[in-house]
Design a protein around this ligand. Sequence first.
Ligand SMILES: [Zn+2]
Length: 311
Amino acid sequence: MLSVGTVVLADEESGEVSQTVMTGKHALQQTSLTPRRNYKQKEGCMKIRNHRIQGIMQTETPNQSGSLDPRYLVFHFTAGKSAESSIDWLCNPQAGASAHLVIGRDGSITQLAPFSVKTWHAGVSHWEGLTGLNSYSIGIEMDNAGRLTKVGSTYRAWFQSEFSDDEVLLAKHKFEQDLSYWHVYTEVQIAKALEVALLLVRTYRLKDIVGHEDIAPGRKNDPGPAFPLQNIHAKVFGRSGDESETYEVIADSLNIRKGPCIEYEPVSSPLLHGTRVVLLEGRDRWSKVDVTGPNDIEGWVYNKFLKLVEE
Ligand SMILES: [Zn+2]
């Protein structure tokens, strides 16, 4: 429990739903690791023709069935070693799993099936009264190792690869109670995810963007807390997109930290009631903000103590 003056900040992380979350669906053995040649991707505005994005790597997974009239976009992490190994696996009939797109850590995008056919990424799932979301959604797999285990000074994936500090985020999954280590996504990968989300939502008039964890809670934990799903959602469906959002601190005093959980150290003294901040990156419970004013302070604050300033 942290206290600042007379104000107790113990609520920073209260109110979560407690659920058991199993490891990711794709935490299965990966098959061949044959390197694929680098595919030169076109810069600029992406276009869809015949339900395929033009100018990206195209392949065809056999793991598909029937026609699709998509209403939602579902993000996943691969929990795999590399985009290549995940693409190979998702194109392997033995996998019994697939997705429409895989986005690599270098921002490369590979399409495994046209958006007019069902792929097998959602499994047992529910959303807005519908079940079996494969029949209603486009699936995107993000190359990411998923949850990591700290071993000495490194962080280990289920497939034994090790990662260093700067590739790891310590955060609490929105459906879990304890902190975990999660493999971070790269900036270019997130930028591509946003670009593709905008394109797909506009082209197919999709109603929502969700995580696998949202449509299969308790069974799935991807894309996890390292993925800025809320931010992408806000940018795609937000009022006008690029406008910066200003918030006001409504607690008497609010800690501003180096990362999105209470284990991270504060970056400055607590923000006082009425302090205005600009949203840089929104997560489900924490937001990265820039403190307006003479001091150049940037850090993470708990969402519950922020109120949107209507201007
Ligand atoms: Zn998934």
